[in-house]
Design a protein around this ligand. Sequence first.
Ligand code: SF4
Length: 299
Amino acid sequence: MRRDKLAWAQLVSEAEAKGMALFDYLLERNAVQMEMDKDSVFRKMEDMLQVMEDAVAFGLTGVRSNSGLTGGSAKKLKDYTASAEHKKQGLLGPVVGSAVIYALAAAEANAAMGRIVAAPTAGASGILPGVLMSLQEHCNVPRKKLVEGLVIAGVIGEVIADRASIAGATGGCQAECGSGAAMAAGAAVYVLGGNGRQIDDAISIVFKNMLGLVCDPVAGLVEVPCIKRNAGSVVQSILAAEMALAGIGSFIPADEAIDAMDKVGRALPQGLRETAEGGLAVTPTAKAWTENYFKGIRG
Ligand code: SF4
């Protein structure tokens, strides 16, 4: 028998019907699914947060990717942020600024073959740590709350994977970085005291702003444009969370926005779904670099 697809609104209603706090209900649900007790699930998420923090620390050392194509951006932006020039004319405020630095760092750690947490994929692995670590630093969010935020983010990712896709090869970058941004936006709303309905709004706002984003990695490597897309995605994420927390609702509910993302993804031409045959991957600069790169590998 075909089961109904997972729905964020349904999960929120179920928690309410049981008279449980959303987090408690989702943790209990995860524990049943994973056949673990709740404390073990929580510890598992704590370990994931540690891996994220380690990835950011590794990225901030200025690592370069094995291909030589990318690296060092996180450190460069961090150094610039600390400079007198930035104090005079810096554009990003502290929350967004740090989130961008940390997102770049984790994404660069991934490109340098460091250990990361796929959130929901390796290509989008900078967004969630970027947002959460910045909120910890600037909004005094305790570590325990961040772990709870990871649980919320994980369930949002599960809903998206069930209703649509989290793979660039299926749905374009909206399915990877878009989903990562939706997960981080939901987690941000939660850790800052928002409710399930506001998380719904934040998820939807993210997809409204990221619908149609194509997957076009240069040489098929998860570097260009992926690393900077992680940086751009944290901005969308924080924007959506701030709007939702302000009480700005989304006309389209999250589950419907996710369904729309699925349809848009399937309508994307094959060349814009991780094949490296379209978009930025076929610009003259990308093609010239790719040719040299593969010539170097073949020897
Ligand atoms: S461009 Fe493609 S490979 Fe890169 S992060 Fe987006 S979906 Fe992943």
